[in-house]
Design a protein around this ligand. Structure first.
Ligand code: GLN
Length: 549
């Protein structure tokens, strides 16, 4: 039966609760324990699938097809444990479940209330798979004091009372602001945040405090005294150069020891941190640098492409180089002088995206990479753009385009010939799934892991070292297989297809030093200690390119 660790936040948001949770998970693993991490989000969206990447950052997709918060990406990258649908929940989903049950009559005429019906639903969620791991880490989104967070705090309070004493602990993450005029780290906001927690019946066992400078003994004692936490369980979280230092730095600060002490696990198994020492060494001592341009739409918020950014770092770790990423707004490439802006990069990556804005720029970027023989990685929409580019400029279909930008493409007044079309029917296991463009926007895509078969001898088969792969998808549109032969006649190779041969999964240009487009999202499965083969190979190609320019 699992022990439970609840992680809450206070004072301000964006303190790195997800990262702290992920790093703690990896430290418990380093001591030989099995872990699973979960995120409980108080917002009312049923899932983050419909939220703007500008607002909420990237949508992380699990193997089993859930659209989740980007913190699940951190969890996977640090622990290597594949997240599942049942590792992420929002208030919206909880209420949806409760209301569905109410409509079905499951509550037998009772009045439905936050306590017990909503809190029970939350507790049932927390318990899923509790007998599978040693530790279940549950992060509560938002900060203590938020109105919508209350049912979650109440549920974890009840939960810890129902479990045998000592099976649950609470970690509270706060901020110690630095007041330059006084030359001091201030503890008062943390004291208030803990007071707020205690007023709803929760007492933290461990305090993790984000701070710009180490916490002086006087402040540490003050925090311990006023927050009712032992001084050795006040952990400083200082700013890091790389997030991959987090496990080592938290270990030095004593986070994992504090947690095991709080559970009274003694003697604690010794940790093996070799994996993280290797990662930190590669990050800190690179043998060079490559410059990669990411030509996308959501470039103002780096979190919108979180996993791609991280996967490139992993590709850098694999090749022992620093990857310098520059974000370029795709619309910039719609101008005539666009190519000049791509000079000097060692690789070009066009990521996933939705909607027409910026796509002509992405097509120009793909053309530049093809003609100038710069390594190109196209992901999802980035593959679709590369196929459109090839159809226009190699095959001569001048108005090649995607049905996404032109729902009328099949009718008489289409702007585009739909080389990329809306897939209204596909096979999942032994079921046929049907979808209409006009369906709800929530959860109507090809989502989650699907198998693909690679052509023996192709570049991608060599990169993967295998011909059977499974990768995660999140899209509505597909390359129309009917163009396959004609495109292959002009130098494109579809080197990966769905097992039934109907859906192109990978395109490559065999006569180019490195040009690969994939319909899926390889970045979601990359780890610092196990970089994804495509990112490893793409960065390797960029290193070769850097020696040429
Ligand atoms: N908008 C495209 C589609 O739905 C690509 C999606 C993506 O890049 N994730 O097919």
């Amino acid at each position: 039966m699992a022990r439970f660790i609840f992680i809450t936040g206070g004072v301000v948001s964006s303190l790195g609760k997800g990262l702290a949770s992920a790093a703690l998970g990896s430290l418990l693993q380093a001591r030989g324990y099995s872990v699973r991490l979960r995120k409980l989000d108080p917002y009312l969206n049923v899932d983050p699938g419909t939220m703007s990447p500008f607002e909420h950052g990237e949508v992380f997709v699990t193997d089993d097809g859930a659209e989740t918060d980007l913190d699940l990406g951190h969890y996977e990258r640090f622990t290597g444990v594949a997240a599942r649908k049942t590792d992420s929940i929002s208030s919206g989903r909880i209420y949806q479940n409760v209301l569905d049950k109410e409509r079905r009559g499951d509550y037998l005429g009772k009045t439905i209330q936050v306590i017990p019906h909503v809190t029970n639903e939350i507790k049932d969620f927390i318990r899923i798979g509790e007998d599978e791991v040693d530790f279940m880490l549950c992060e509560i989104g938002g900060t203590v004091g938020d109105i919508e967070g209350l049912p979650f705090f109440e549920a974890i309070r009840q939960f810890s009372q129902e479990k045998p004493a000592g099976d649950c602990i609470f970690i509270h993450l706060t901020l110690l602001p630095w007041i330059a005029a006084a030359g001091e780290l201030k503890t008062k906001p943390t004291q208030h945040s803990v007071k707020e927690l205690r007023s709803i019946g929760l007492a933290p066992d461990v305090l993790v405090c984000r701070a710009q400078t180490p916490i002086p003994p006087k402040e540490r004692e003050k925090l311990a005294l006023f927050c009712n936490v032992r001084p050795e369980r006040v952990i400083a979280a200082l700013d890091l150069n790389s997030i991959y230092e987090a496990p080592l730095v938290y270990h030095e600060e004593g986070l994992d020891q504090a947690v095991l002490d709080a559970f009274r696990i003694s003697p604690a198994p010794r940790p093996n941190l070799d994996k993280w020492l290797d990662v930190a060494d590669a990050v800190h001592n690179p043998d060079g640098e490559v410059r990669i341009a990411i030509v996308g739409k959501y470039t103002q918020l780096e979190d919108a492409y979180k996993s791609i950014n991280e996967a490139l770092t992993h590709g850098g770790i694999a090749n022992r180089v620093k990857v310098r990423v520059e974000w370029i707004d795709a619309e910039v490439f719609e101008a005539d002088d666009a190519p000049a802006k791509l000079e000097g990069f060692h690789g070009i990556l066009v990521p996933g995206g939705f909607g027409e804005r910026g796509t002509e720029g992405k097509i120009n970027a793909a053309r530049f990479a093809r003609e100038r023989k710069v390594p190109y990685l196209g992901i999802c929409l980035g593959m679709q753009m590369a196929v459109i580019e090839a159809a226009r400029n190699l095959l001569g279909i001048e108005n090649a385009g995607s049905q996404e930008f032109d729902h009328e493409a099949k009718g008489g007044n289409a702007r585009f010939e739909p080389v990329i079309f809306h897939m209204s029917e596909w096979v999942e296991g032994n079921r046929t799934i049907k979808r209409d463009v006009a369906d709800d926007k929530g959860g109507t895509m090809r989502l989650g892991a699907y198998d693909a078969v690679l052509t023996p001898g192709s570049r991608v088969a060599e990169i993967y070292g295998d011909t059977d792969i499974a990768e995660r998808h999140r899209h509505r549109y597909e390359v129309d297989i009917k163009y396959r032969e004609r495109l292959e006649g002009c130098g494109v190779r579809f080197s990966g297809l769905s097992p039934d041969g109907r859906l192109p999964e990978i395109m490559e240009l065999p006569d180019h030093p490195w040009f690969v487009g994939v319909q899926f999202h390889p970045e979601l499965k990359s780890k610092p200690f196990d970089p994804h083969p495509l990112f490893r190979s793409f960065v390797e190609a960029a290193v070769r390119q850097s020696r040429l320019v």
